[in-house]
Structures are given as structure tokens and as C-alpha cells.
Design a protein around this ligand. Sequence first.
Ligand SMILES: [Fe+2]
Ligand SMILES: [Fe+2]
Length: 168
Amino acid sequence: MKLNTLKDVYVGQLKDVYSAEKQLTEALPQMAQAAANQKLRQAFKNHLTETENHMQAVRTILDDLNENPTSTKCKAMEGLIEEGREIVQNGGDADARDAALIVAAQKVEHYEIATYGSLRTFANSLGYDDAARVLQSILNQEYAADQTLDDLAMGTYGKTGLNTAAKN
Ligand SMILES: [Fe+2]
Ligand SMILES: [Fe+2]
């Protein structure tokens, strides 16, 4: 797609993140199934519900602009998911695998945070106030998902996290 205006960039990134969220709705159930730790499994399941909502919300924003997302595939998310799949397939110690699943998932969240941060800013600049609010609330959920993974990896309130369990 030829980029001539900020709106072109905005629409292109919306289509990209729609594809990213769609791919994630298919990958997160597998990551949940692969997680040995109960809390990590639940975190993946919770974020699956949020991810389905993000996908729908982005679809609505695109619909309002009379844009159709179906032809775009997010190659970055495809690669991130592939790395997660390799972790699952390679097997090994359950705790070590959980630690690896967390880093794979955090790479996904950081990718989403970068995209939604820019999209929110574009929407503000373009005067799409309602869309900017929606994108900000998605961004907040991505930050929260990332924080949950941090807490699981490192532990909270004096308890040790999954990284400690994976040491030996
Ligand atoms: Fe998301
Ligand atoms: Fe996410």
C-alpha cells in the first residue's frame, strides 16, 4: 500500500494489528495448554478473552472507515508466534519451558504496545476521538498483560516467581 498521508499509515497499521490479534486468538489457546504453571495458564486464558475483544474493536474502527482488513498479514506476529510454537515443540523441563513461554509472550505484548501506542497517537492527530479512546483502553490492557507476566516471572510480595523455579 502506497503511503501518502497520515491516514494511510493509520489504516495500514490498523490492518496489521487486526491480523496480529487474529493470529493471537489462534495461538494463545496452545500457549495456555503448554503452560505447566496454573497461574500462567490462567493468564494466557484471560488474555485470550481480551485479545478477542481487541480484534473486534479494531474491526469496528476499520468498518467505520469503510476499510476491510482481510488482505493484510502481520508477518512480525507470525514470526513471534512461530518462536512460541518452537518452545512448545522442543519440550524439556516444565519450569524452564514456562520461563521461555513468558518471554515469548512478553515479546508479543511489547509488539502490541508499540503498535497501539502509535495508533492512539495517530487517532488523536487525525481527530478520531472515539477511536483514540478505544485504542488507549486496548493499550492499557496490553500493559497490564505485560505486567502480569512480569509478576509471574519474578514473583510478587516476597514470593519467588517462575524464573526462580526454572533455575534447576
Ligand atoms: Fe491485544
Ligand atoms: Fe496482548
